[in-house]
Design a protein around this ligand. Structure first.
Ligand code: GDP
Ligand code: MG
Length: 733
């Protein structure tokens, strides 16, 4: 069997190519760190099956970052038949730096010049003949995104994979040439890829010198006889410099026409990554997304423009609000405006699933236990979650568009700039952004962080980036809030609250730890491009499949258990109870709810229901709404005060995430760090919810005074964090 691996810089298009070749649907992220582990698939267009391996993105073959270790070990130890070196043609110089290192390994290499579609659009070309002659390996032009040139690439790679290739180096004719030759002659009989190891030894690579102490000594003697250099004997720097000089000297002319001016992407970036405006623009973009998904008064047509719509007539039927009016019989109810796309889809989904339940109810015998299990248990639970799916998918679609277009990479860049002021690395922000999808892969992505402490801190705040499974909770609450306030603003504020608390928490944790160096963070910003329809659909489909799987397994199981607990009393052999208040769940809930008394949602007749919902959320966050629906808490029956709704939302956002995320946190954190993390989630969620409830209650009493107090407190906390971190850094320096 033939093994071919894809190696290249972060963001050069490896995963896009991998997905095209193997037909798989690995996540194409716009930031480094998405592929920390290698991923495997197969290419089946030839008679012989070919294994394709997607390696994490790297800038060099040194063994410093986890990505570099994974990629380097794979290429050196697993001996693939061929390495496809993907080169971002729009960023030739930087990418070829890695190429010069790969060429030193004894393995067939094919250079794939990716992103050729962008070059073509800009009327630029690359002299691939010159490149290929200089490196003595085949060079193929492709566009992974547009599926161009891939068959050619695979034909060439397949041919090369059958051959044997000895490493070559561009360092031969440079100042270090004699050193490399000396080391090579010694190593060539004893190790594989002797040239690669020889260069590493000249670079003073720690591992290499330990393996060959005598040779290392000889080389170091030779070095001392060489004339002075500009790098104070730092051979890693000397060699890096030689590589860049070689590339600069030899490949300037490979561009037949090079566009010197600003590209379109650069122009867009002038605005979107502007020092001051970038963050307000980001917030605005996010708000627009939430408005499209959660607003029940689209564009403020009702509140701002005074457009009133009655529930009569075809128009309303189509806006999805029709059936609401129909229930009211008389009609004439004035609706609060034209629903946004998300609310519109949700209404219809609710209508659909509601009808299905009615249908079952109509032919199953009344009062039978299985009617209750099917209708009040399974269908009600699943329905409550299902009816939010259109909105969740829509939200996800918007995020995918932002991601695929290249904007999310800018967000990471903007956040890095902001984080640095507080002594935090922006690299940590990248896994966090993934947390908007699901905490599990986000926590896995913290592998890219070198520092153990930083990893623990990042994992600790990951669930604060509200994941897709929590979205149904916000959606339900938004519908409840809509009668009093704006639903989209409510959901937006929850997301912002999550981010704000995460940032404040990170600052506080940073201030109390001694570690103060912020590692540099290099990131390639990909060119903007229109999102690919295929990519978006693949993302959505994956999300949907994952959801269906979850709903039919773990969520379903939880729903059945909740149904049992809420329909039987402690002497369950006597059959189902008539009144839910005498069920097992109610009796336990009524005791446990005292924990949540101070948070506002544990009190009152329904307090035990919110308590139970919060607990089932530990299994899967979708279960929160599922349980609420089973216990009769839906849009019309939730009668918490605004402050209590907010506190309930905050508690569920910040408390222990679902089991899957907790166990991921366990495997990715340090041992001690994990226990701290658990305590942290429990304590922080409680404190934040408590503050929100009490401040909120105050605010409702004296509205304007309360708002001023909150703004002042937030400002003080930020200033304090800034001040303390500055002082601490000054102390350490
Ligand atoms: P990786 O980090 O190397 O795995 O790179 P990805 O596959 O995640 O791609 C990074 C970004 O480049 C994504 O936004 C892709 O859509 C984009 N991209 C990949 N290949 C091409 C291409 O051939 N042309 C253009 N215009 N964009 C591409
Ligand atoms: Mg990738």
């Amino acid at each position: 069997m033939i093994k071919i691996c894809l190696a290249g810089n972060p963001n050069c298009g490896k995963t896009t190519l991998f997905n095209s070749l193997t037909g798989s649907t690995a996540h194409v992220g716009n930031w480094p760190g998405v592929t920390v582990e290698k991923r495997e698939g197969s290419y089946r267009k030839f008679d012989e099956k070919i294994d394709i391996v997607d390696l994490p993105g790297i800038y060099s073959m040194s063994p410093y970052t986890p990505e570099e270790v994974v990629s380097r070990n794979y290429i050196l130890d697993e001996k693939p038949n061929c390495v496809i070196n993907i080169v971002d043609a729009t960023n030739l110089e930087r990418n070829l730096y890695l190429t010069t290192q790969l060429l030193e390994i004894d393995v067939p290499v094919v250079v794939a010049l990716n992103m050729m579609d962008i070059l073509k659009k800009n009327n630029e070309t690359i002299d691939i003949k010159a490149l290929s002659e200089a490196f003595k390996v085949p060079v193929v032009e492709i566009s992974a995104l547009k599926d161009e040139g891939l068959d050619d690439l695979m034909k060439v790679a397949y041919g090369e994979a059958k051959k044997v290739r000895k490493g070559t180096t561009i360092l031969e004719k440079t100042t270090v040439g004699s050193l490399v030759r000396e080391a090579y002659n010694e190593l060539k009989t004893s190790v594989s890829s002797p040239l690669f190891h020889a260069v590493k030894l000249v670079e003073n690579d720690e591992l290499e010198c330990k393996d060959h102490p005598e040779l290392a000594k000889r080389i170091s003697d030779m070095k001392s006889k060489l004339p002075e250099d500009d790098f104070e004997g730092d051979y890693e720097a000397i060699i890096a410099n030689e590589r860049y000089e070689y590339i600069g000297k030899n490949f300037k002319h490979t561009f037949v026409k090079f566009n010197e001016g600003l590209t379109k992407s650069d122009k867009i970036d002038k605005v979107l990554t502007h020092k001051i405006w970038s963050i307000p623009i980001f917030l605005l973009i996010m708000f627009v997304v939430f408005h499209f998904t959660f607003s029940e008064d689209f564009l403020g047509l009702n509140k701002i423009f005074g457009l009133e719509i009655t529930s009569k007539g075809w128009f309303n039927f189509f806006t999805g609000m029709g059936y609401d009016g129909a229930i009211e019989e008389e009609g004439e109810a004035i609706l609060s405006g034209i629903p946004s796309l998300g609310v519109f889809l949700q209404s219809w989904m609710g209508f659909l699933t509601g009808s299905i339940i009615d249908l079952f109810n109509s032919f199953l015998p009344e009062g039978a236990w299985y009617t209750s299990l099917i209708c009040d248990g399974i269908l009600t639970g699943i329905d409550s979650i299902f009816s939010f799916i259109p909105q969740v998918l829509l939200l996800y679609l918007f995020v995918s568009i932002l991601e695929d277009s290249g904007y999310m990479a800018r967000v990471a860049f903007i956040m890095d700039r902001a984080f640095r002021k507080f002594g935090l690395s922006g690299k940590a922000f990248i896994p966090l952004l993934m947390g908007f999808g699901c905490s599990v892969p986000a926590m896995l992505a913290t592998k890219t962080l070198e520092d153990e402490k930083e990893r623990d801190v990042t994992i600790r705040i990951t669930p604060f980036f509200s994941c897709g499974a929590k979205a149904p909770i916000w959606t339900l609450l938004a519908a409840v809030v809509a009668g009093r306030f704006l639903g989209d603003v409510f959901v937006f504020s929850i997301y912002i609250l999550g981010i704000a608390i995460a940032i404040i928490a990170a600052i506080i944790m940073k201030v109390f730890s001694k570690n103060y160096d912020v590692p540099p963070f290099i990131m390639e910003l990909p060119q903007y491009h229109a999102p690919q329809f295929k990519n978006l659909m693949v993302h959505l489909w994956e999300k949907f499949k994952h959801f269906i799987y979850k709903a039919s397994t773990i969520i379903m199981a939880a729903i059945i258990v909740i149904w049992f607990l809420s329909n039987f009393s402690w002497d369950f052999w006597n059959g189902m109870v008539d009144d839910i208040e005498s069920s097992i769940l109610a009796s336990v809930g009524r005791v446990v709810r005292y924990i949540f008394y101070p948070l506002g949602f544990g009190s009152g007749a329904d307090g035990w229901k919110y308590t139970a919902a919060t607990f089932t959320g530990l299994i899967a966050k979708e279960d929160v709404v599922g349980t609420m629906a089973q216990l009769g808490l839906v849009e019309g029956t939730i009668n918490l005060s605004n402050a209590a709704i907010y506190s309930f939302a905050a508690y569920n956002l910040f408390t222990l995430p679902c089991f899957a995320a907790v166990s991921t946190a366990k495997s990715e954190s340090s041992k001690k760090g994990f226990l701290v993390t658990l305590a942290w989630w429990l304590a922080l969620s409680y404190i934040v919810a408590l503050i929100i409830y009490w401040l909120g209650t105050l605010l409702e009493a004296v509205l304007w005074l309360g708002s001023i107090v909150i703004v002042v407190i937030v400002l003080l906390v930020i200033l304090l964090g800034f001040y303390v971190s500055k002082k601490k850094r000054a102390q350490i320096a």
